[in-house]
Design a protein around this ligand. Structure first.
Ligand SMILES: C[S@@+](CC[C@H](N)C(=O)[O-])C[C@H]1O[C@@H](n2cnc3c(N)ncnc32)[C@H](O)[C@@H]1O
Length: 283
């Protein structure tokens, strides 16, 4: 059935692109018409619909809980969720060898709150958990929480399951694999992240442009998601981070992303070969 559904017309594409933009900030250029057609087909198939226009009308007719659920499903198929453990290792070196020791040394309250904002399938927050556990001697008696949020329910489910293989774990060292994972399926080489890491990480549904932001965060990782937003949404997002982060906190963004012409609230610093942003009030 899926193969019989044609491509979006330009008019249909414009309508869906607007709806997606209004709901999530995800900005789709006209060149994404095939990509969006392919992704939306999954929802049409799931709902036994054969035309994109029927799906659009269906979305328009919904209200209350069914609307909330279907919009979640829509954003789930539309979002790009590529990620893996220790993605851009330099960030984790700076986090482990600079940010964590600085926080442990300088912070009076013994609480450590880290936010993996747009965490996808969990590799980023679990990598942060591994880094924290490796530095646990600095945080004896501290209350530690890694918040991990995303707009796509299916990736959060995957993350809570905690099963990883192949490319996702390629950058995990044999030592870390042994220490923080258990072999779940030896034939397929599937590994389960262990309970020590799981206990540190809490996964929640969160839409940057609809949900309230956490407060008093020490470190925010928001990588490889701003690229999907236009400048207006990038500015709003970073303004939100500025309110969320403590004065002595640290912000990490993706290596192909920049705050240049987006925010003056943060100052760029190169630490251990890694770009880090710190709130202006501290610089
Ligand atoms: C490419 S992944 C990034 C994963 C991880 N941070 C990394 O760098 O490896 C981008 C994630 O952003 C999420 N996302 C997109 N729009 C969002 C929004 N408005 N609010 C929260 N998350 C969003 C997507 O669901 C997706 O999982």
């Amino acid at each position: 059935m899926e193969f019989n559904i044609k491509r979006l017309t330009e008019e249909e594409f414009a309508k869906f692109a607007k709806l997606i933009y209004d709901e999530s900030g995800i900005f789709m250029k006209d060149s994404k018409i095939t990509l969006l057609s392919n992704r939306l087909r999954k929802r049409l198939t799931a709902l036994s619909l054969s035309e994109f226009s029927e799906y659009y009308d269906y979305l328009q007719g919904l209200s209350g809980e069914p609307k909330r659920k279907e919009y979640e499903e829509l954003l789930d198929v539309v979002s790009t969720n590529e990620t893996y453990f220790f993605r851009n290792e330099r960030h984790f070196e700076a986090f482990s060898d600079y940010c964590l020791p600085e926080i442990a040394k300088n912070k009076k309250e013994k609480t450590l709150k880290i936010w993996s904002a747009a965490c996808s399938t969990g590799e980023e927050p679990y990598t942060l958990a591994i880094c924290v556990l490796e530095k646990m001697h600095l945080f004896q008696g501290w209350k530690i929480e890694i918040l991990a949020t995303d707009i796509a329910p299916s990736v959060l489910e995957f993350a809570r399951e905690g099963l990883y293989s192949g490319r996702r774990i390629e950058k995990v060292s044999p030592e870390h694999l042994k220490k923080y994972f258990t072999l779940a399926d030896s034939e397929k080489a599937v590994y389960r992240i262990n309970d020590q890491c799981r206990k540190l990480v809490n996964f929640y549904y969160h839409n940057f442009f609809k949900s309230p932001f956490p407060e008093q965060v020490d470190v925010i990782f928001c990588r490889n998601v701003m690229i999907y937003f236009d400048k207006l949404h990038q500015k709003n997002l970073v303004a939100g981070f500025y309110k969320s982060i403590r004065d002595d906190g640290y912000l990490f963004i993706g290596h192909s992303e920049t705050l240049h012409s987006i925010s003056d609230d943060f100052t760029y610093r190169k630490v251990l070969e890694s770009p880090i942003y710190i709130p202006r009030s501290r610089s």
